[in-house]
Each structure stands twice: as structure tokens, then as C-alpha cells.
Design a protein around this ligand. Structure first.
Ligand code: HEM
Length: 129
């Protein structure tokens, strides 16, 4: 029954929409958990300042390594996706845009790509000096 439903055009559209919603849901969870992990890492790095100037300076030297600095761009992508898709979910909670959930997901992805590209354009010259 289910497979025959999916082979009608309506069924296929419904399946595609559900699929998009599943990816949006999964990415929101993964990005949320990564942000919490980053928060602890951030607190750990900043806390090295409590052990004096030298400890803090050496921690900063490590995080300023070009590879780690470039990872900040990945962090920006994670933050932007979580924030834009989070607003999408909040809109649904208010009963807005549920019928356009797939289009709103792709809008979140597009805004994330644009925001990350702008951040990369502005920050890469600072990383590779
Ligand atoms: C503009 C900022 C943010 C917005 C609009 C936002 C929005 C949301 C929304 C709406 C959800 C629930 C999604 C759902 O029920 O399907 C969520 C989940 C979550 N967010 Fe955020 N969030 C933001 C920033 C953050 C930050 C900064 C962190 C971490 C430091 C974070 C960590 C999480 C976690 C861990 C979850 C739960 C994931 C799960 O249920 O497994 N969020 N966020």
C-alpha cells in the first residue's frame, strides 16, 4: 500500500517533502550538539587565562594556527544553519509556513551558504597573512 502510494505523483511529492524534513531535523540535532561541544571547548581555552599570561598565550598560539582558524569558517556554517533552521522551526511552532517546510529548509541552506561565503571572503585574507 505504502509503495503504491509513493508511485503516484502526489505520493512521490509527499515522500520528497518528508525526506527534506528528516534531513532538516537531523542537521538541527547534529549542529545543536556540535555547538554545545564547541561551547565547552571555548570555555576550556578561555579558562587557560586563569593560569597566567604564558598559559593563555600558548593556548592562543594553538587556536590561531591557520588550520584551526580555518575551522572557524566551518563553525560559522554550523551556527548559521542552526540559527536559520531554528527560526524555521520556531515559525512552524507559531503555525507559519508548515506547508512550505521544504522550501524554507532550502532557504535556510541557501542563507547558510551565502553567509558562510561572505564570512570566508572576509576572513581568509586574515588567516593567510
Ligand atoms: C539564533 C540562535 C538559535 C536558535 C534560533 C536556535 C533554535 C533552536 C530550535 C528551534 C531548536 C529545536 C528544534 C526542534 O525541536 O526540532 C534547537 C535545538 C537545539 N539547539 Fe538551538 N538555537 C540557537 C542557538 C543554539 C546554540 C548557541 C546552541 C548551543 C550552544 C544550541 C544548541 C541546541 C541543542 C543542543 C538543541 C537540541 C538538539 C536536540 O534536540 O537533540 N542552539 N535550537
Amino acid at each position: 500500500m505504502r509503495s503504491s502510494l509513493l508511485h503516484t505523483s502526489v505520493g512521490r511529492d509527499a515522500h520528497t517533502r518528508t525526506h527534506t524534513g528528516w534531513w532538516a531535523w537531523l542537521l538541527q540535532r547534529v549542529s545543536g550538539v556540535l555547538l554545545v561541544a564547541y561551547l565547552f571547548l571555548h570555555i576550556a581555552v578561555i579558562s587557560t587565562s586563569r593560569s597566567g599570561e604564558e598559559g593563555f598565550d600558548s593556548a592562543l598560539r594553538i587556536v590561531q594556527h591557520p588550520v584551526l582558524a580555518a575551522l572557524d569558517i566551518v563553525l560559522i556554517a554550523i551556527v548559521l544553519y542552526h540559527a536559520f533552521n531554528g527560526v524555521r522551526v520556531i515559525l512552524f511552532d507559531m503555525g507559519i509556513g508548515i506547508g512550505q517546510q521544504a522550501a524554507l529548509f532550502w532557504s535556510s541552506v541557501a542563507l547558510t551558504v551565502i553567509g558562510t561565503a561572505i564570512a570566508a571572503y572576509l576572513s581568509i585574507p586574515l588567516i593567510v597573512r
